[in-house]
Design a protein around this ligand. Structure first.
Ligand SMILES: *Cc1c(COP(=O)(O)O)cnc(C)c1O
Length: 432
């Protein structure tokens, strides 16, 4: 079965003439899986609808934000009402305090925070603050972790070995990344080594507390605990980038799940419920260094935009209300990955999968990766065939083997069962 895609084809041809690659964010172009990106017309609950009128069960969910399902009526009502009052004021609103209070209640390490408009902005700002606060320049990140596209963070790791940063994109000057040190995920010794070489010049260690931009990589508990201890011992700030994991893997985010308190954190995606919103925050004594109380400058014309804040507030309220249960979401996601795994095994494929809360990953590999190098050694051509097979069955997975997937509270048991049945068909077809 191949779904009609005449309209998507036509729109993509037009878009390619005016946007590089036809898109406004690279992975949307289907570059790694091949074929034709879908042009989406609308979305509702667990489904997206393309310009050809096809319905797909959606496991991208805007790359995570749509956790209550697309176009939830209560979110639409709240944002519509707010919209009548105007789009943006460039002045404080009480909504911002309301959302921040809820965020802090759920994530107590967020003693103070600042709202921004994207995860990228949150991560670049939090690192400026970490450097400003400590008076040190070096930062440590992990290969395979994505923290947005700020110059200093676009660093590729050299073959899984802890190395000095080299720019991962033309246009990033050497100077911007010379203080970015890279270690393999889950490798505490590599971090220890970098810290000792850097001689008290490390401002911060930043990581995704579950890495979701290199498939789905779990931290070991010893790794997270060890990082916390190392950072405290050397007066280095520990930063959890929870842009993806925040309110997605656990009501109290990954730091609540693992019981580790970072000094600073970043949020985005779910926190904005699908509108452009991010946040960084943490220890009060550090956050007070931000302008206007402190000298570290950071600003934004649309920061804390009332429509975005209302969308995030309503989404977080729904997540913590009567009608939603995280354990229900976690069960649905677990039954999806278990169903996929057993369907793959029935058809003789080497396949692994894992999930936490409403986030999951899978790989054509004997085990789930524990670092980026392992993620790269999975069978990517099989992933691409599976992706295309699922798409033609009406299931929209992330168009890359290196992205996590997302389930929403609108994905009922029936939707999950339907997905597994379709996967079984695709796994069978893949043998031929
Ligand atoms: C998506 C993501 C970002 C970047 O957020 P944008 O809103 O795309 O700028 C940063 N960190 C992590 C962990 C992410 O998943």
């Amino acid at each position: 079965m191949t779904l009609r895609n005449d309209q998507s084809k036509k729109h993509f041809a037009e878009a390619k003439d005016i946007f590089p690659g036809g898109v406004n964010s690279p992975v949307r172009a289907f570059g790694s899986v091949g074929g034709q990106p879908l042009f989406i017309e609308s979305a509702k609950g667990p489904y997206v609808y393309d310009e050809d009128g096809n319905q797909y069960i959606d496991y991208v969910n805007s790359w995570g934000p749509a956790i209550v399902g697309h176009a939830h009526p209560e979110v639409i009502a709240a944002v519509s009402e707010q919209m009548q009052k105007g789009f943006s004021f460039g002045a404080p609103t009480r909504l911002e305090t309301e959302l921040a209070t809820l965020v802090k209640q759920l994530v107590p390490s967020m003693e103070m925070m600042r709202f921004v408009s994207s995860g990228t902005e949150a991560c670049m700002s939090v690192l400026r603050l970490a450097r400003g606060y400590t008076g040190r320049d070096k930062i440590i990140k992990f290969s395979g972790c994505y923290h947005g596209h700020a110059d200093m963070l676009l660093v590729q790791a050299g073959s899984g070995v802890a190395t000095l940063g080299i720019p991962g994109s033309p246009g990033v000057p050497q100077g911007a990344t010379k203080d970015t040190l890279v270690a393999p995920y889950n490798n505490l010794n590599a971090v220890r080594e970098l810290i000792s070489q850097a001689q008290d010049q490390v401002a911060a260690v930043i990581l995704e507390p579950i890495a979701g931009n290199a498939n789905f990589i779990r931290p070991t508990e010893a790794f997270l605990k060890g990082l916390r201890e190392l950072c405290s011992e050397h007066n280095i700030l520990l930063i959890f980038d929870e842009v993806m994991t925040g309110f997605r893997v656990h009501p109290n985010s990954a730091q609540g799940l693992y019981g580790i308190k970072p000094d600073l954190s970043t949020f985005g995606k779910v926190m904005g419920g699908g509108m452009p919103l991010g946040a960084y925050g943490g220890r009060r004594d550090i956050m007070e260094r931000i302008a206007p109380t402190g000298p570290v400058y950071q600003a934004g014309t649309l920061s804390g935009n009332p429509l975005a804040v209302m969308c995030g507030l309503k989404t977080l309220e729904l997540l913590n209300g009567e009608s939603f249960s995280y354990s229900g979401l976690a069960d649905a996601t677990r039954s999806l990955v278990e169903g996929l795994s057993s369907a793959a095994a029935d058809e003789g494929h080497t396949f692994s999968a894992d999930s936490e809360g409403g986030m999951f990953g899978f790989a054509f590999a004997k085990a789930m990766p524990t670092n980026f190098e392992e993620a790269q050694s999975a069978d990517i051509p099989s992933f691409n065939r599976f992706f295309q097979g699922m798409l033609s069955q009406g299931v929209y997975l992330a168009p890359s083997a290196f992205e996590a997937g997302f389930v929403t509270m609108a994905h009922s048991n029936d939707v999950i069962e339907e997905t597994i049945a379709k996967a079984k068909t695709v796994f069978r077809e893949m043998k031929h």
